[in-house]
Design a protein. Structure first.
Length: 144
């Protein structure tokens, strides 16, 4: 998996102890997007498309870890000229909502983004219907 990691913020505790706002970590696989992050992530809009990164389907995972907040996301194209700006916007949006948490943002190129990852709201913003995007993935299934 091709990833780029960008970190921001500061750690409010040692790496061995969970962040105070983090739910208990379990051995079970985590839910891809913790619902507590959705409002902050929806503030981040892809300037080339005009849709927020949640409804665009760019966020693969956002969760609390022992070190703070971890986000795994992709871009609409591997050569997206807005990648660094979007990563900064994600960190800034999370910092506004969770000022004491460190935020790590990783860009993942595999699997690549496709319009099938978009939510219904994202499709409507672009004037598309559900049948316009190929595939059976429905983004509503990853939110908690």
């Amino acid at each position: 998996m091709n990833r780029t990691t960008m970190t921001s913020g500061h750690n409010s505790g040692s790496p061995a102890e969970p962040h105070p706002q983090a739910p208990a970590l379990t051995a079970e696989p985590s839910v891809p997007i913790d619902g507590g992050f959705i409002p902050a992530l929806r503030e981040v809009v892809d300037p080339e498309v005009g849709v927020n990164i949640v409804d665009l389907g760019l966020v693969y995972r956002a969760e609390w870890t022992a070190d703070g907040i971890s986000v795994l996301m992709t871009m609409t194209s591997p050569s997206c000229p807005m990648a660094e700006m979007l990563v900064d916007d994600v960190r800034n949006a999370l910092h506004r909502q969770f000022p004491d948490a460190a935020a790590t943002v990783e860009i993942c190129r595999d699997p690549p983004w496709s319009p099938a990852r978009m939510t219904e709201a994202g499709r409507r913003q672009l004037g598309w219907s559900s049948s316009d995007a190929p595939g059976s993935f429905t983004a509503k299934h990853v939110f908690t």
